[in-house]
Design a protein around this ligand. Structure first.
Ligand code: FES
Length: 222
């Protein structure tokens, strides 16, 4: 069988070769096709299924389960507003309302110029910096409506925008390639800043340790 258009350049094969079983490559492969097509529609599902010897129904089940995959076309930038409990209480709901009003979109909507897709997202395990917004899945901490409007305006103007604890924002398609295991360019420093490590510091000061868990077993299981 000849390779499908998305699979033709060898990156499909490179991802599949990372795993002992081809079907284990489904998650990064879906990120790769989303980086190329901007969405995961029926054609992309069919190509991934063919490459992994899965049925389209099996691949569709993965796409519809994980919220980072989108069956609708994404804008150039994905803006996630955390409206889970802590962020919501500290302003996440207000951020979402203001942003969707300003951009004229509903949840998961994309602006008419294709620049932004806005989505309510669940807890990003960054509650120490609530309310948190992600742009192309990079963190923007302690966000306010005014700061968020400034970031959006800068992106729209083509200016460089840098995440609070990450690198420059390059668009959701770039992030999707990174999630597929390509083109990563780690920013020097640590995502875990002083505030995020406060609990570890207290535990160390008090001599607290975690219990040792069971030894993991190895082996490939279906
Ligand atoms: S509730 Fe928003 S990061 Fe945890």
């Amino acid at each position: 069988m000849s390779p499908t258009p998305l699979a033709a350049d060898g990156e499909f094969a490179e991802i599949i070769a990372r795993y002992p079983r081809a079907r284990s490559a489904v998650l990064p492969l879906l990120h790769l096709v989303q980086s190329r097509a901007g969405r995961i529609g029926p054609d992309e599902v069919a190509e991934v299924a063919a490459a992994l010897d899965l049925t389209p129904a099996e691949v569709t089940g993965v796409v519809s389960f994980y919220t980072m995959y989108s069956e609708r076309a994404l804008g150039r930038h994905h803006i996630g507003v955390c409206t889970n409990t802590l962020c919501a209480m500290l302003g996440g709901d207000a951020l979402f309302e203001r942003l969707t009003d300003d951009l004229g979109v509903a949840n998961k909507g994309t602006t008419g110029d294709g620049m932004f897709t806005v989505e309510r997202i669940e807890c990003q395990a960054a509650c120490t910096h609530a309310p948190v917004v992600t742009i192309d899945w990079e963190f923007f901490d302690d966000m306010t409506p005014t700061k968020l409007a400034e970031v959006v305006a800068a992106l729209r103007a083509g200016q460089q925008v840098t995440a609070t604890r990450g690198g420059p924002i390059r668009g959701i398609r770039h992030t999707e390639r990174v999630l597929a295991g390509f083109d990563d360019d780690p920013t020097p420093g640590s995502m875990a800043d002083d505030r995020a490590l406060a609990g570890v510091r207290v535990a160390q000061q008090r001599g607290m340790t975690a219990p040792v868990g069971p030894t993991p077993t190895t082996g490939v299981q279906r």
